[in-house]
Design a protein around this ligand. Structure first.
Ligand SMILES: Nc1ncnc2c1ncn2[C@@H]1O[C@H](COP(=O)(O)OP(=O)(O)OP(=O)(O)O)[C@@H](O)[C@H]1O
Ligand SMILES: [Mg+2]
Length: 313
C-alpha cells in the first residue's frame, strides 16, 4: 500500500508547550483515517502541520513523498483542508466564496458554476447561497467550509471535526459526501472527538492524547486490544438449571458473573467465543435461550488506554 501521508517524529511546540509530541503515523492512499482525541490533544495542530499552515518544530510530514518543510508548494497542491473554525476570507456570501475557491483550485468559469451548484445542492446549501456569512448558523457555515474541499477534490482531503455543531441529519449527509469523495480517489483524514463518527466513518483510527499517539488500528483492532473487553451475556433454557454445571463450563472461557438466570462471560474476541460456548453447552445437554455479545465502545477503549474520558459526561 502506498503512503499518502507520512508523519515522521513530528514535534510541534508553542513556546515551551509541547502540543504534538514525537508523533509518527502512516496514512495510506485511499483510506479514511481518523484522529480521535479529546479537546487539546493536538489534532488540529497535527492537521495544520500536514496542510503547511504550521511548520514542524522538529520532524517532518511527507505528502506523497513531498516534505512540508522543503516542498511546501507541492504539498499545498495535493492537500485541501476544511478548518475547524471556518473563515470567510472577506467574501460575504457562500456562493461567491465557493465560486472564488473553485476558480482558485483550477476550474474554468463554466465548470466552476457546475461543480459549485452540484456540491451546494448535495449539502443543502443552495438556499443559503446569497445570505451573508454572519446570517448563517454555525452548522451551515461549517457545511460551506466542507463544500470547499468537496469542490477541490484534493489528493489528500482533511476535515477538522467536520460535524461538530451539525445536526444529526446533516451529519449523515456530510459523512456520505466524505465517503463519496474518497470513492472519487481522495485520501481522507478527519479529526473527531465523537466515537460514533469515528466508528461510522473511519477505517483506521489513531488515538491521540496530550500530543502523543496512544494506539492505532481499525476499530475492530482497537476493540480487540482491550483485554476481556467483550461481554457474552446468555440465559439458559429450562426450569431447574444446574448453575454449578453451567459455571463449570463457562469458567473455562473467562471470568463469569451470574445475575439470576443470566450469565456474563468476560472474554477476548467475543464473536468467536460465543460460538464455542454454544457448542460446549450443547454438548453437555444445556440449551441456551438467549445469547448476545457486547463489544466495548471506542469510549471504553479510549478510557482503557489513556485513563481519560473522550468527553465530559
Ligand atoms: N497557536 C497556539 N499557541 C499556543 N498554544 C496552542 C496554539 N495552538 C494550539 N495550542 C495548544 O496546543 C494544544 C493542542 O491544541 P489543538 O488545537 O491541536 O488540540 P485539538 O486536539 O485540536 O483540540 P480540540 O478538540 O479542542 O479542537 C492545546 O493545549 C492548545 O491550547
Ligand atoms: Mg481541534
Amino acid at each position: 500500500m502506498r503512503k499518502a501521508v507520512e508523519i515522521i517524529n513530528l514535534v510541534k511546540k508553542f513556546g515551551n508547550f509541547v502540543a504534538v509530541d514525537n508523533l509518527s503515523l502512516d496514512i495510506y492512499e485511499g483510506e479514511i483515517f481518523g484522529l480521535l482525541g479529546p479537546n487539546g490533544s493536538g489534532k488540529t495542530t497535527t492537521l495544520l502541520t500536514i496542510a503547511t499552515v504550521y511548520k514542524p518544530t522538529s520532524g517532518d510530514v511527507r505528502v506523497f513523498g513531498y516534505s512540508v518543510v522543503r516542498d511546501g508548494d507541492m504539498v499545498r497542491k495535493l492537500v485541501g483542508m476544511a478548518f475547524q473554525e471556518p473563515k470567510a476570507l472577506g467574501i460575504d456570501k457562500p456562493y461567491d466564496l465557493l465560486m472564488w475557491h473553485a476558480r482558485m483550485v483550477g476550474y474554468s468559469a463554466g465548470d466552476a458554476k457546475k461543480v459549485v451548484r452540484e456540491v451546494m445542492d448535495s449539502l443543502g446549501l443552495w438556499e443559503h447561497r446569497d445570505k451573508y456569512f454572519y446570517q448563517l448558523s454555525g452548522g451551515t457555515r461549517k457545511k460551506v467550509e466542507i463544500a470547499k474541499v468537496l469542490i477541490q477534490r484534493p489528493r489528500v482531503a482533511i476535515f477538522d471535526e467536520p460535524t461538530a455543531q451539525v445536526d444529526v441529519i446533516s451529519k449523515h449527509v456530510l459523512w456520505d459526501a466524505i465517503k463519496e469523495l474518497r470513492k472519487e480517489g481522495s485520501t481522507i483524514i478527519i479529526s473527531t472527538n465523537d466515537m460514533f463518527e469515528a466508528e461510522r466513518v473511519c477505517e483506521r483510527i489513531a488515538i491521540i492524547y496530550r500530543g502523543r499517539l496512544r494506539a492505532v488500528g481499525t476499530v475492530q483492532e482497537l476493540k480487540d486490544s482491550m483485554p476481556y473487553g467483550d461481554v457474552i451475556e446468555l440465559s439458559v433454557a429450562g426450569k431447574d438449571i444446574d448453575v454449578s454445571k453451567v459455571l463449570e463450563i463457562l469458567n473455562s472461557f473467562g471470568r463469569v458473573s451470574v445475575n439470576g438466570s443470566t450469565f456474563m462471560v468476560y472474554v477476548n474476541r467475543g464473536e468467536e467465543k460465543a460460538i464455542e460456548i454454544v457448542d460446549a453447552l450443547r454438548r453437555r445437554g444445556i440449551t441456551i435461550s438467549r445469547i448476545m455479545v457486547k463489544e466495548p465502545t471506542l469510549d471504553d477503549v479510549f478510557f482503557y488506554i489513556t485513563g481519560a474520558k473522550l468527553k465530559e459526561e
